[in-house]
Design a protein around this ligand. Structure first.
Ligand SMILES: C[S@@+](CC[C@H](N)C(=O)[O-])C[C@H]1O[C@@H](n2cnc3c(N)ncnc32)[C@H](O)[C@@H]1O
Length: 293
């Protein structure tokens, strides 16, 4: 028993030492991944949260969010990335941007020890936007936090206030069925279980953001990727520098009246601009390069 405790203590010191040494170790490029694996092994033993995995190798193609974001970053020469809702950091770690900013009130990794040129705020997106300078700018953002209509719409508007001229990727904009569209996640799982259906897809009512974009935001352009991976909507300004006014409380309330059954009765509506991934990305890039559609 004493032996086990001594071993744990020894490992704990290694974990702490490795953690502090990380910024130095990071300088030797190819050591990074091995080092993180080792540190995370020790941190598991010590019951500490894991370090964000940092993968210097090419990003696996099956990770659709980094695949799409990295394409946009590369083609449009974007440098500053914001991710709202990071979870265990799979996308955050694989996005190849010069500067990365993550926001999540409950990340599943140690947000103190991060790869170079990344920052993290352990707060809600509302608190994050309330705390940053009005002049803070991002080039590309991934909105994947709380999957409710009102919160996601607020995240979109707040992000647009800090977006230079780039693009926002909104996750989960097309529910897979009426159960996945139920805004409350627990309620969605319960209803699916009662219907005797397998799996746990949940997209919430983020789709209503696109309905509101269509009704209120003629200054914005968007495409919804519907062919491979998760459905996501790419959103950008139709003209560079166009000012964006948030919809009123009445318009937001009105958008809440439409139901999944009404809107998706005949598949994804035309105003979502449903588009295959490669075409959606190409049209976004083309539009932003020329400053207009
Ligand atoms: C679907 S996960 C994010 C997955 C991640 N973007 C990825 O690609 O791997 C959603 C995350 O949103 C976070 N979240 C929940 N409410 C939030 C809020 N108000 N602001 C920011 N993040 C929030 C949760 O803690 C959770 O980690």
């Amino acid at each position: 028993m004493h032996e086990v405790i001594r071993l744990r203590q020894r490992n704990l010191w290694k974990v702490i030492a490795n953690g502090f040494a990380r910024p130095v170790l990071d300088r030797w490029g190819y050591f990074r991944e091995d080092r993180t694996e080792g540190i995370n092994y020790l941190r598991t033993i010590a019951g500490l949260p894991l370090l964000l995995k940092y993968r210097p190798e090419p990003v696996p193609d099956e990770l659709w969010s980094p695949r799409r974001l990295n394409f946009l970053i590369h083609e449009l020469h974007l440098s500053s990335y914001l991710e709202i809702g990071v979870l265990e950091g799979e996308t955050f770690a694989n996005v190849k941007a010069r500067r990365r900013y993550g926001v999540d009130p409950e990340p599943i990794f140690d947000p103190v020890l991060l790869p170079r040129r990344s920052k993290f705020a352990v707060v809600t997106s509302d608190a994050f936007f309330a705390s940053i300078r009005p002049t803070e700018r991002f080039d590309v953002a991934f909105i994947d936090g709380l999957h409710t209509f009102e919160q996601t719409y607020r995240d979109v508007i707040n992000t647009l206030m800090h977006l230079r001229s780039g693009v926002i990727v909104i996750d989960d904009t097309v529910p897979s069925d009426e159960y996945s569209a139920i805004p409350d996640q627990d309620e969605s799982y319960r209803a699916r279980g009662e219907a005797g259906l397998e799996g746990r897809p949940w997209h919430g009512d983020v789709w209503r953001v696109v309905t509101l974009l269509d009704r209120h935001h003629s200054e914005l352009e968007w495409r919804t990727i519907v062919d491979e991976g998760n459905p996501q909507t790419l959103l950008w300004r139709r003209r560079l520098g166009a000012s964006v006014a948030a919809a009123s409380a009445e318009e937001i309330a009105l958008a809440k009246q439409s139901t999944f059954a009404d809107v998706f009765a005949d598949g994804v509506p035309e105003y979502f601009h449903p588009t295959p991934e490669s075409q959606a990305l190409a049209e976004c890039v083309e539009s932003l390069r020329h400053g207009r559609v």
